[in-house]
Ligand binder design. Structure first.
Ligand code: HEC
Length: 209
């Protein structure tokens, strides 16, 4: 009798073990998971507000974070910012003919249709809003700070590219820093200042201190 009970118990365990092991044969079965959250995190949708009650799941970067490769422009869109950029910003490389050629190509894509092929105004756009595009060689001292177009320094032009001016929109998003300087080097030739010989500002600081 006692032997029979032992045999029965062994048989029952064997049956349970077989059926448990048998379930492992299904390749699609995840089996028994201990704390499934540790294997599979609950999916969070980017712009849905259910994890953080105060805002979306996509969080704002920590204050004062600067994206990799992004260089903040420290001058404000005011007359003071314009004057400061004109004073502090210098073309940060030695101007070569090759750079002027690239600057000229960029000018043709981004500026020529308003400023004209030689920077005299009269580009291909003849909408009344752009009828008064000033010439880069204009010597009338009616620009910001009592300057003439021909007197604009590279830093002033950089500022205009960043923020635009009235009918001219900002071009900061279309041109990276290097492209802006190349265009400026080219615009300087249109102002009648060929800088290839004398300038070597390779040590110049691009942004304010
Ligand atoms: C949509 C037409 C348009 C385009 C494109 C354009 N400009 Fe202008 N730009 C103007 C107009 C109009 C003015 C005169 C704005 C005013 O004085 O009200 C101007 C003014 C300027 C000035 C004088 C700013 C000052 O401080 O007085 C500079 C420098 C200049 N543009 C450079 C550029 C450069 C460089 C590009 C190409 C990256 C460019 N512009 C593209 C229309 C344009």
């Amino acid at each position: 009798m006692k032997n029979n009970r032992i045999i029965n118990t062994v048989f029952v365990f064997a049956a349970i073990a077989t059926s448990t092991l048998a379930s492992c044969e299904d390749p699609n079965s995840p089996g028994v998971e201990y704390m499934p959250d540790m294997y599979r995190s609950p999916a969070i949708e980017t712009y849905v507000d259910y994890v953080y009650t105060d805002s979306m799941s996509a969080r704002l970067p920590v204050a004062n974070t600067i994206a990799r490769g992004y260089k903040p422009y420290p001058f404000e869109n005011t007359l003071e910012g314009y004057e400061e950029s004109g004073q502090k910003l210098k073309i940060p490389f030695k101007i070569t003919d090759e750079m002027l050629a690239k600057g000229g190509a960029l000018y043709a894509s981004f500026c020529k249709h308003c400023h004209g092929p030689k920077g005299q105004g009269k580009g291909s756009i003849n909408h009344p809003a752009y009828s008064a595009v000033p010439s880069y060689t204009d010597e009338t001292k009616n620009r910001r700070g009592g300057r003439s177009m021909s007197e604009l320094e590279p830093g002033h032009i950089y500022h205009v590219i960043m923020y635009g001016l009235n009918a001219m929109g900002p071009h900061a998003a279309q041109l990276n820093e290097e492209e802006r300087w190349k265009i400026i080097a080219y615009v300087q030739t249109l102002q009648g200042k060929n800088k290839t010989e004398e300038s070597d500002n390779s040590d110049a600081v691009v942004t304010a201190d």
